[in-house]
Write a protein that binds this ligand. Structure first.
Ligand SMILES: N[C@@H](CCC(=O)NCCCC(=O)O)C(=O)O
Length: 263
């Protein structure tokens, strides 16, 4: 049994706005919290998505890492100059207003970031890239959406292979060039943002993982869900452990020189 104490790095997890009995709640799925605790050995701090109300440097001064989660909502296409999305596309403007500037600032400040599914798409958009809004409608692309009418485990079960860039950092971390991943997304990276390197692709060439090329620390996006049952999948666990190690390095630097770590 673990005990989450002050020696654990503080890992912020921006929430999604969800409606519960018609009232807005700022929520984070439990699997992301569990993955931070059991995979990264970090203290999870759930961040309400307060957009411009945050003084981002002050927020980053308290963070040793940030996990940007998946979500059923989509980034509004105005953030990447895209055509209007389908009319029923679920939106979360408060999350957009919080995560996009936070990702840019965290990377500039050397705060480790791990960006999953919607988070991976946010990383690309935050740095100037664009998205396909319905990747399954494109010629030659498979359906990357989650399997329908099946239980939770089957929805997050592996769906396809991913080839890792042989000279990439993920290959170094994982010690292999091919993995099997789950798949629960409608959208995908279209134009890659400047400064991102492709780390992995699906057989249909959908970009499945990226890295911030000049990042001072861990800064990855993955289109799949390594947080799901993190301790049961060695690849997922290795990713969260690498993220946690970077967060611990940042915590040591931050505690040595409080207020200076983000400079
Ligand atoms: N809405 C986007 C992103 C997909 C995504 O993040 N799915 C996650 C579902 C819920 C979860 O497991 O957190 C898209 O459809 O591409």
């Amino acid at each position: 049994m673990y005990r989450i104490d002050a020696s654990w790095p503080a890992i912020g997890i921006p929430a999604c706005v969800k409606s519960v009995e018609e009232l807005p709640f700022h929520a984070v799925g439990e699997k992301y919290i569990t993955a931070v605790v059991e995979g990264a050995q970090g203290m999870p701090l759930l961040l309400p998505v307060l957009g411009e109300a945050y003084d981002i440097p002050s927020l980053l001064d308290r963070m040793d890492g940030l996990l940007f989660t998946g979500s059923t909502s989509n980034i509004h296409p105005r953030h990447y100059g895209g055509a209007p999305d389908r009319p029923d596309s679920p939106q979360d403007p408060q999350r957009d207003a919080t995560t996009l500037p936070l990702i840019r600032a965290a990377i500039a400040a050397g705060v480790p970031v791990f960006c999953i599914c919607r988070g991976h798409q946010e990383l690309n958009v935050a740095l100037g890239g664009t998205l396909h809004t319905q990747v399954h409608d494109l010629p030659g692309k498979r359906d990357h959406r989650s399997p329908k009418n099946v239980d939770y485990d089957a929805r997050y079960a592996p769906q396809h292979k991913v080839s890792l860039e042989p000279s990439g950092m993920l290959t170094k971390i994982l010690g292999r060039t091919e993995i099997e991943v789950n798949s629960l997304h409608w959208q995908a990276i279209d134009r890659l943002a400047p400064g991102l390197a492709i780390e992995a692709k699906a057989p249909d060439d959908v970009i499945e993982a990226v890295r911030v090329e000049k990042a001072k620390t861990f800064a990855f996006g993955v289109q799949w869900h390594p947080e799901y049952r993190v301790t049961e999948n060695p690849v997922s666990l290795a990713l969260f452990k690498a993220f946690g190690a970077a967060c611990r390095d940042r915590a040591r630097a931050r505690l040595r020189t409080p207020g200076k770590a983000a400079e």
